[in-house]
Design a protein around this ligand. Structure first.
Ligand code: MLC
Ligand code: AMP
Length: 504
């Protein structure tokens, strides 16, 4: 099934129905019907075609949530163009890595964001593009699409190494959306509050695809802001909200009476992308009267597992596998572990990506591995460590890589370490995640450095090179880094990080 076949019952079948409400640039909100969305994306597709884009070409976007991201997504789906989402917080160095690898014909962004782009990168201003599109004919382009057509290249690190583009197909997104809708009883009567960024698969893959599949109402906001979140819930009265744990921690600050009223209007709160602490589960239930439904996804596989809609939502677990998804948990010897024993999770199903963009080596390692116990061809190696209970609930216990997840955003320590090592005065560097009440984890840098190193200047420089969530929240000077005989840093042996002012 192509994504267009998935969307058409909404785009064509519910043409008069209001599909989306979004913020107008000058203030206030505007809305569009499914028929209007269909026509706008046809016009934009005609313009993209006239600018030389065709099936298999890449087009990037580097934007915070706004209606034009939706237009672009649907237009690219219609053309078979592969969308490359780029985190809007990224700086030049981070963007360069993606644009040089994905080689998009252009990246759609704002005039304000353009200085962050590497020289020579083709940038299209979103406002100019969409103003031009309005004058194009609204005929739908005719392009052959099917489940195997790539829809997006989403950058992520996988279990090791630098960020790679996961090739997600129309079939991956469609299968995932249908599974999400059926698991969580999502229907055209729902009102979905979309505050997750559309440049990641949690917001783009689960939120947008499921909305278009079922044809419900969506309120799109630029981003989740804790100061205005309660007002937004009260004015929009969503039935459905998807968030990362940091958003739920922020929502605990809402006064009890307001929280209770918000909870009364809602049907389902979903959390994922990072572990939801049990105390947040409990505090949210007490305040909002809802048991948050925790689920487990990843860029390469969209959704893997979910606690049930009906039935026990067990804190600390991510529930059983999604429909049509199989999960195996293998021990060090490559054999399936018994119930309640820990191993690495491998996933198979229509949700699993086609591989990594132009990386046959990484694709082979992740999707066509052979373990000591035999071939795992077609099974995706997640790098996540966990166990399964006798009644089928999966608990995640950690990761094979030293990936840090902060506020739901991924941080690869190696990227920060490499940048630190380029700085004069830094001799050795190791970056680790430390627990943080609000963001789950935050990065800390351990440095072997010249005594004269100016840490304030160093951090100021990092801020020009890296997205804000990657900036180390602390620097610890050490005389040497603990290393194995082979020279690998043993991060677990680093001295504990003690926050300035905190009791040791
Ligand atoms: C935060 N910022 C954003 C932003 N979120 N900017 C643009 N868009 C967003 N969505 C910036 C702020 O401007 C600020 O920058 C800094 O980040 C911290 O902001 P804050 O106001 O203090 O935010 P906070 O209350 O901490 O909340 C942050 C957050 C954000 C929860 C809203 O972390 C977020 O959107 N997380 C979602 C990440 C996500 O979608 N992950 C899914 C990955 S897919 P500055 O410069 O002022 O510091 C995946 C697979 C799966 O993992 O399916 O599970
Ligand atoms: P990403 O590469 O951004 O897609 O991040 C995917 C990773 O996020 C997974 O491999 C998990 O390690 C983590 N993750 C996603 N959902 C959860 C969850 N509910 N609990 C714990 N970790 C999660």
């Amino acid at each position: 099934m192509s994504l267009l076949e998935l969307y058409d019952p909404s785009l064509m079948g519910r043409r008069e129905r209001v599909a989306i409400e979004y913020d107008r640039p000058g203030g206030g909100t505007a809305s569009l019907t499914f028929g209007e969305l269909d026509a706008r994306s046809n016009r934009l597709a005609q313009l993209l075609k006239s600018r030389g884009l065709s099936r298999g070409d890449r087009l990037g976007f580097c934007l915070v949530n706004r209606i034009e991201v939706i237009d672009l997504w649907i237009a690219c789906v219609k053309l078979g163009v592969i969308v490359v989402p780029i985190n809007a917080l990224y700086k030049e160095r981070e963007i360069r890595h993606i644009t040089s690898d994905a080689e998009p014909l252009a990246v759609v962004t704002t005039a304000a964001q353009m200085p962050a782009f590497p020289t020579g990168a083709a940038c299209w201003d979103v406002d100019t593009l969409c103003a031009e599109a309005a004058a194009m004919p609204a005929d739908r382009p005719s392009v052959e699409l099917d489940a195997s057509t790539p829809a997006a290249l989403v950058y992520t690190s996988g279990t090791t190494g630098a960020s790679k583009g996961a090739v997600l197909t129309h079939g991956n997104f469609a299968a995932n959306a249908l599974a999400v809708a059926s698991c969580w009883n999502i229907t055209s009567d729902d009102r979905y509050l979309a505050a997750l960024p559309l440049f990641h698969v949690h917001g783009l893959g689960n939120g947008v695809q499921t909305w278009l599949a079922v044809g419900c109402h969506m309120r799109l906001v630029a981003r989740f802001e804790s100061a205005t979140a309660a007002d937004l819930f009260e004015s929009y009265r969503p039935t459905l909200f998807f968030g990362v744990p940091t958003m739920y921690v922020r929502l605990l600050d809402v006064p009890d009476d307001r929280a209770r009223a918000i909870g009364k209007n809602a049907r389902l709160f979903v959390s994922g992308s990072a572990p939801l602490p049990a105390q947040v589960h409990e505090a949210f239930r007490a305040k909002y009267g809802h048991m948050i439904l925790e689920r487990y996804g990843m860029t390469e596989t969209l959704m893997n597992a979910s606690n049930p809609y009906d039935g026990e939502r067990r804190p600390g677990t991510v529930g059983p596998p999604m429909p049509h998804v199989s999960i195996r948990i293998l021990g060090e010897d490559g054999r399936d572990v018994a119930d309640d024993e820990t191993g690495e999770l491998w996933v198979r199903g229509p949700n699993v990506c086609a591989g990594y963009w132009r990386r046959p080596d990484a694709t082979a390692a992740a999707l066509h591995a052979t373990t000591p116990a035999g071939s795992m061809d077609g099974w995706f190696r997640t790098g996540d460590i966990g166990k399964r209970s006798a009644d089928g609930y999966i608990t995640l216990e950690g990761r094979r890589s030293d990936l840090i997840i902060s506020g739901g955003f991924n941080i690869y320590p190696r990227e920060i370490e490499e940048l630190l090592l380029e700085q004069p005065g830094v001799r050795e560097a190791a970056v680790v995640g430390v627990p943080d009440r609000l963001r789950g984890e935050v990065p800390i840098a351990y440095l072997v450095a010249e005594p004269s190193l100016d840490e304030t200047a160093l951090l100021a420089h990092l801020r020009t090179q890296l997205a804000s969530f990657k900036i180390p929240r602390g620097i610890v000077r050490v005389d040497s880094l603990p290393r194995t005989a082979l020279g690998k840093v043993q991060k677990h042996l680093l001295p504990p990080f003690i926050q300035a002012g905190a009791a040791p």
